[in-house]
Design a protein around this ligand. Structure first.
Ligand SMILES: [Ca+2]
Length: 305
């Protein structure tokens, strides 16, 4: 499968998420994927940081996927860059001119929405978009039964206008929800194993992500840390390891309500109810099957079987 990855890694930056770093290593070790390019964006950290980390990871660990730092293209620095061409949008255009691909959106959607706006013809060659975002109406994003902290749908919230642009185009869309990722946490013991058995990439992850792991376990009182973006890679390589169903997505509430909602009150809802007005069909991944743990771990360790 030809794929493009759009990502916002902040692994190693104190108090920031590390999951994009894991997803990149997983992708580099996935022979099902032909990685055509990687774009970077703001999100978990600023664009300069996410680009620096992605270039370093591509140069050091991208070899098995035929990737190095020249395949990394910086994109939007904020949601205000929506509509502005960047190295990311032009590199994606060149890749699509060669042949179609699947777009793995592990970050806010500004880069993709800009591309869809600037190059609608080329955008028809995107075979599928797999986005880490969306939610089931009424479901709260919590890790652990007693943990009161509620996670946000961060990639959506950081640029909901970009998400609206994506919903309006015809590309098949898979949503890999936060509620899916919170059901399968990477444990401290597994991180230690990566450091011990995973060669240079495993050592990198174990070293850079230890503080992140400890923060998850102590702050949220849960047995591990969420590797949200890894499930988007899994949705590309092993879709049968994620319970999924047809849903109908829309941005809710619509903006014609009497009171204008704040950005945090607007959600990308994926409902089981048949569409009434304006919803579009999506594939919604709600739950990883138990075998998903071993497959993700094997890929992080470098095993491709
Ligand atoms: Ca991400």
């Amino acid at each position: 499968m030809d794929v493009w990855i759009d990502t916002d890694p902040s692994i190693g930056v104190p108090l920031h998420e590390a999951d994009d770093g894991f997803a990149l290593i997983q992708a580099f070790h996935s022979p099902e994927l032909h990685l055509r390019g990687i774009s970077t964006t703001y999100g978990n950290a600023g664009l300069a940081t996410t680009t620096r980390i992605t270039r370093e990871m591509a140069a050091r660990f991208g070899g098995p996927a035929g990737i190095n730092d020249t395949h990394v293209f910086p994109g939007a620095a904020s949601a205000h860059d929506l509509g502005k061409p960047t190295a990311a949008t032009e590199a994606l255009r060149a890749a699509l001119a060669e042949r179609p691909l699947t777009y793995l959106a592990l970050a806010p959607l500004t880069n993709l929405a800009t591309f869809l706006t600037l190059h609608p013809e080329a955008a028809r060659r995107i075979e599928r978009v797999i986005f880490v975002g969306g939610r089931t109406p009424g479901v709260r994003f919590r890790a652990g039964r007693w943990n009161p902290y509620e996670f946000t749908d961060g990639n959506f919230h950081k640029d909901n206008a970009a998400a609206a642009i994506l919903l309006a185009v015809g590309s098949p869309l898979t949503l890999v929800s936060v509620e899916c990722a919170l059901q399968l946490l990477l444990t401290p013991r597994e991180l230690t194993r990566l450091g011990r058995e995973g060669g240079d990439p495993g050592c990198y992850l174990a070293t850079k992500a230890r503080l992140w792991m400890n923060l998850w376990c102590f702050c949220f009182a849960v047995p591990g840390a969420a590797i949200f973006d890894c499930f988007a890679i899994l949705a590309a390589t092993h879709p049968y390891l994620l319970a999924s169903e047809k849903r109908y997505a829309q941005i809710s509430p619509a903006t014609h309500h009497d009171q204008v909602p704040t950005p945090r009150q607007i959600h990308l809802m994926a409902s089981r109810e048949p569409p009434t007005s304006g919803e579009r069909a999506v594939t919604f991944c709600s739950e990883p099957l138990s075998e998903a743990r071993e497959v993700i771990l094997a890929r992080l360790l470098g095993a491709t079987g």
